[in-house]
Design a protein around this ligand. Structure first.
Ligand SMILES: Nc1ncnc2c1ncn2[C@@H]1O[C@H](COP(=O)(O)OP(=O)(O)O)[C@@H](O)[C@H]1O
Ligand SMILES: [Mg+2]
Length: 149
């Protein structure tokens, strides 16, 4: 499924619609280059999950956690990780897919590391416009896409 997104506000609105329907165990893998809008999308997801505070990039923290959300939200950015083993030491590998709802920026850096059931999000485009492509790999995540259609 492809969405054409004209502005950052529209990107947040798309994320918000997804966040409103995320479930415990949801895995959202977001790919796209620097400045594509991954964090902008994640900010909307957080809002859709009921997070009211500031949502900033986890580039340095690796994982920002919002336990107050409707479903506990875990927002990761693995750009700075060098080796898949660091997903274990960062506490990501054993929790993703089970504990709360996860969104991972730069997931493609560790393509083999993620749970089989997930929603893949790819953001493309420069300047203002973006194309956002969604692929779901199991029934639970496909159901998310039906609500975005
Ligand atoms: N259509 C759009 N969708 C998303 N972001 C956009 C769009 N147009 C402009 N932007 C801007 O691009 C930047 C994206 O930054 P960010 O979300 O941090 O990207 P990433 O996390 O992918 O590196 C923001 O400054 C945002 O305002
Ligand atoms: Mg980012």
């Amino acid at each position: 499924m492809v969405h054409n997104i004209a502005t950052a506000a529209q990107m947040q609105a798309l994320g918000e619609r997804l966040g409103a329907v995320l479930f415990v165990g949801a895995v959202v893998l977001v790919n796209g280059g620097l400045g594509a809008g991954k964090t902008t999308f994640a900010q909307g997801v957080a809002r859709g999950l009921g997070v009211t505070g500031l949502v900033t990039s986890p580039t340095f923290a690796l994982v920002n956690e919002y336990p107050e959300a409707r479903v506990a939200f875990r927002h990761a950015d693995v750009y700075r990780l060098g080796h898949p083993d660091e997903l274990i030491s960062a506490g990501i590998a054993e929790r993703i897919g089970a504990d709360g709802a996860w969104l991972v920026e730069w997931a493609e850096r560790f393509g083999a590391a993620w749970p089989d059931g997930r929603l893949e999000v790819r953001i493309e485009g420069a300047g203002q416009g973006r194309r956002v492509c969604f692929v779901a790999t199991d029934a639970r995540h496909q159901a998310l896409l039906r609500t975005l259609a």
